[in-house]
Design a protein around this ligand. Structure first.
Ligand SMILES: Nc1ncnc2c1ncn2[C@@H]1O[C@H](COP(=O)(O)OP(=O)(O)OP(=O)(O)O)[C@@H](O)[C@H]1O
Length: 337
């Protein structure tokens, strides 16, 4: 299978801090791939390495088979939005895009096309300093589209967009992917990717957590769990496990806490969390063995909850303020390593 972006054993250390940790994944064309991870997971660092702005400590990151630094075609090969705030505020949007077009040997007419595409034509003569974050995001997307590139990389492009803007960006990504381009989009929110991405690359603390189609991630990580309340947890639990389910035992309530007929019978009730079997199958197993079930409640965790759970061990707890990044090998845009 041809993969446009290939990251292999990539590591980036800043002093004692490992920002990216032996990370390997691939990104395919014709798909929108979400690059997900909690804040500080290493997404921006990975994207900056991919775009040749930061040098890795070890490993490789290639675009179309070569490191980005070795690509002379610039914006014609890869369009990127890294930081929407990283533009000269004194320029107009049109001036900024013309400057980029000139530097990349692109025709001037292309500037008007992308301004129109992102809906900035009317505001194109205004200084960028007066732009809202939303307008800057659109301008950043226009710059990424300028060279009509086959590969597009966006760092948190939905940040600061209103619902209409999010809807528009989603449509744009879909169209770009449908045209056969590679669209790689980072976010720290699964809710943003849920209706946007075809594939997911999930990282935590710089390391890979999952790389698979969104549908596979949903089926695996957000599989339905059935809560079963029963006075016969051992027997039922063993039977369900034998049927292939995975069973977790929850709390038990005694007869005095059960405000129903069971309190009369003097039974304690235990809650089991069962995954891997439907409620109908669970009920059928219980019936077949004459076991009493009091309640069967299916629940499907949200994808956001599944993502948070998966990356919970990988969340960086910033209890002390971060030291400003060193000037060399800057984390901030505009300072290639
Ligand atoms: N230049 C730098 N110097 C020191 N540490 C850095 C530098 N750049 C990034 N880091 C650290 O590396 C880790 C990964 O940061 P990175 O910005 O890549 O994460 P992220 O997933 O993009 O998170 P966010 O969404 O918060 O930007 C963080 O702990 C960050 O503080």
């Amino acid at each position: 299978m041809f993969c446009v972006i290939e990251v292999s054993e990539l590591t980036k250390r800043y002093g004692p801090k490992t920002a990216v940790d032996e990370l390997s994944f691939t990104v395919r064309p014709g798909r929108v791939t979400g690059f997900l991870g909690p804040n500080g997971a290493g997404k921006t660092t990975t994207l900056r390495i991919l775009l040749g702005l930061v040098r890795p400590t070890a490993g490789t990151a290639t675009v179309l088979g070569r490191p980005f630094r070795d690509r002379p075609r610039g914006l014609r090969d890869v369009g990127a939005l890294l930081d929407a705030g990283d533009v000269h505020g004194g320029r107009t949007a049109r001036g900024h895009l013309r400057f980029l077009a000139r530097g990349n040997g692109l025709p001037r007419g292309r500037v008007e096309e992308v301004l129109d595409e992102v809906g900035l034509t009317d505001a194109a003569g205004r200084r960028i300093a007066g732009y809202s974050l939303r307008m800057r995001q659109r301008l950043g997307i226009a710059a990424a589209l300028l060279g009509d590139p086959p590969v597009l990389v966006f760092d948190e492009p939905l940040n600061g967009l209103d619902p209409e803007g999010v809807w528009w960006v989603r449509g744009l990504f879909r169209r770009l992917a449908d045209e056969g381009r590679t669209v790689f989009v980072s976010s720290h929110l699964m809710s943003e990717m849920e209706n946007t991405a075809d594939d997911l690359v999930v990282i935590g603390r710089g390391a890979l957590v999952a790389a698979e189609p969104l549908a596979a991630f949903a089926a695996r990580a957000a599989a339905p769990v059935v809560t079963v309340r029963t006075p016969e947890p051992e027997a039922l639990g063993a039977l369900l496990t034998a049927e292939g389910a995975s069973v977790e035992r929850g709390g038990t309530t005694g007869p005095e806490q059960e405000a129903n007929e069971l309190s009369v019978a003097g039974l304690s009730v235990t809650e089991l969390s069962v995954s891997g079997l439907s409620e109908a199958r669970i009920a059928e197993v219980a019936l077949r063995h004459g076991l009493l079930i009091l309640q069967l409640t299916p629940r499907t965790p949200s994808l956001e909850a599944a993502f948070r759970e998966l990356t919970a061990d990988h969340v960086e707890h910033r209890t002390t303020p971060l030291a400003p990044p060193p000037a060399a090998d800057s984390h901030h845009p505009g300072g290639p390593a």
